[in-house]
Design a protein around this ligand. Structure first.
Ligand SMILES: [Zn+2]
Ligand SMILES: [Zn+2]
Ligand SMILES: [Zn+2]
Length: 126
């Protein structure tokens, strides 16, 4: 549950990336022409916003951190990286979709700057 989006209008849990969660709103709730802000306002965001996608096989790692994805890369695709290989793994923020290229540290920085997250916190404190 913590790694999933939840659709606020219908309560459905969407365990996928931001695009899939937004598609649910567009197709299921008549929000086909809604902008990003409206769509995100209708979603409860996952607690952990890290998303790593393996570019080679398309597998998604959500809320598991980079080390899990790195292990996948080394085991399944025969890599031997300690660092984040940006040509093999695509790390992004599940709230705003921004690509993170600098690993966990940059992600930590991003979560303090992410505009979508800030908005979320503001609406919650109201
Ligand atoms: Zn829904
Ligand atoms: Zn893979
Ligand atoms: Zn973000």
């Amino acid at each position: 549950m913590e790694q999933c989006f939840q659709c606020i209008p219908c309560g459905r849990v969407v365990c996928a990336d931001t695009d899939t969660a937004q598609r649910h709103l567009r197709e299921g709730h008549g929000l086909a022409n809604a902008d990003q802000t409206t769509l995100l306002a209708s979603l409860r965001l996952p607690v952990d916003l890290r998303q790593v996608k393996c570019i080679q096989c398309g597998r998604l790692f959500m809320g598991q951190g980079l080390s899990v994805a790195l292990e996948h890369l080394n085991k399944i695709h025969g890599g031997n990286s300690e660092q984040l290989p940006n040509d093999s793994l695509l790390v992004s923020c599940r709230a705003c979709g921004t690509r993170i290229v600098g690993g966990e540290e940059e992600f930590a920085t991003h979560t303090t700057e992410c505009l979508v997250l800030k908005k979320e916190m503001m609406t919650e404190s109201n």
